[in-house]
Design a protein around this ligand. Structure first.
Ligand code: ZN
Length: 366
């Protein structure tokens, strides 16, 4: 049995345009020792007393093969994580601005106050240990998804720091994300001009597929695509964008090639049944065009330029694409971060124009 995790083959480097924005990048999760000084004293003491080792990262344990693409790990993963990111992504590939989406798993905790405490500590850690040290970095605010009221409070606490440019949620939540229960998060985000970045991942309150628990990471990862479709349907049909017309949503690590068939189906359903949801006054594809964007990595299509060009044509809207590398995860395509088959015009839009139109706070530093 071959036990290797096979990273995508690298097929030559692709030029990253000057000023390119990488819209989904992952900083290494802090160790327990690193995060402790940023926690409220009570929580820090509690973590020490209880020996909560697993807090270090449930989603992406530091040594797991999926956490860092093998050829980007370096000798035994040595060296500070920020310096590795600078060497590989910022200086190496020439990414101009990277938006950090920290995946430490704080959303998984069953205790709402502990989730809120870790979110506060993590945001303060990211500000001091990452954003203060490289002005090419921006970040999403991590919020306690366990409790939307506490999540909105954390958005209010962090919003004054303009280097925080969006709010991070995981797609598989306790309830579908369009439900009114979550609207305090959207209200706070809209108020401060912060897009909601919904990333692949689960709070593990339910089976990771719509049919129940899967038995392997490959099943979980494939199911994420379906979870994103359910999330998007929920946001559109529950009326989130009618209530919050200024809100933008970025689906991160969602894939995008499923979008044409999904919208054909949803538009048809909406058209026939719109008397049931009269507040949805526009076709779902119009709502998506106005409010929703998609990061590109890992790109879910064959490595065939002709096929990719056809899919882009089916999607039919270059504004929807946001360039990302998903650095440094296993799915990260390395130097080959742009699929063959994207036109020069699409590449310029997804690297520069579309991110700046999506994150108003990026314009401030342009
Ligand atoms: Zn990602």
């Amino acid at each position: 049995v071959d036990t290797r995790y096979e990273s995508a083959p690298r097929e030559g480097s692709v030029k990253i345009l000057t000023g390119a924005v990488d819209c989904d990048v992952h900083p290494a999760s802090p160790s327990k020792a690193e995060i402790l000084p940023y926690l409220d004293p009570y929580l820090a003491e509690s973590v020490l007393q209880r020996g909560i080792e697993s807090i270090e990262s449930v989603h992406y344990p530091p040594k797991a093969p999926i956490t860092v693409r093998e050829d980007w790990r370096g000798p035994a993963g040595a060296g500070p994580a920020l310096e590795r990111m600078q060497a590989h992504l910022l200086d190496g590939m020439g990414v101009g601005t990277a938006i950090l989406n920290p995946l430490m798993g704080v959303q998984l905790l069953m205790n709402e106050d502990m989730g809120a405490g870790f979110a506060r500590g993590l945001n303060d850690f990211i500000a001091k240990e990452w954003l203060d040290r490289d002005d090419r970095l921006r970040a999403s605010i991590v919020v306690p998804q366990q409790n939307p009221k506490l999540a909105a409070e954390e958005i209010e606490r962090m919003a004054a720091d303009r280097r925080f440019v969006s709010v991070l949620l995981l797609t598989a939540s306790e309830l579908p994300l369009g439900k009114r229960y979550y609207w305090p998060i959207y209200e706070a985000a809209e108020k401060h001009g912060l897009p909601i970045a919904i990333h692949a991942g689960s709070m593990y309150r339910h089976g990771t597929t719509g049919l129940g628990w899967a038995g392997s990471h490959s099943q979980d990862y494939a199911a994420n695509g379906v979870n994103f479709q359910t999330t998007l349907t929920s946001l559109i049909i529950e009326g989130v964008f009618q209530i919050h017309p200024g809100l933008k949503v970025v689906l991160s690590e969602s894939g995008i090639t499923w979008l044409p068939a999904y919208l054909w189906r949803l538009d048809k359903g909406w058209h026939g049944l719109r008397m049931l949801t009269p507040w949805v006054t526009k076709m779902p594809r119009e709502v998506v065009a106005e409010h929703v964007r998609f990061t590109t990595a890992p790109f879910d299509a064959p490595r065939n330029a002709e096929t990719v060009a056809k899919i882009v044509d089916h999607i039919g809207n270059d504004d929807l694409f946001l360039f990302s590398t998903d650095y440094p995860h296993w799915q990260f395509d390395g130097d080959h971060a742009v699929p063959d088959g994207f036109s020069d015009d699409l590449i310029r839009k997804m690297m520069i124009d579309n991110p700046r139109a999506t994150w108003s706070r990026l314009e401030e530093s342009a």
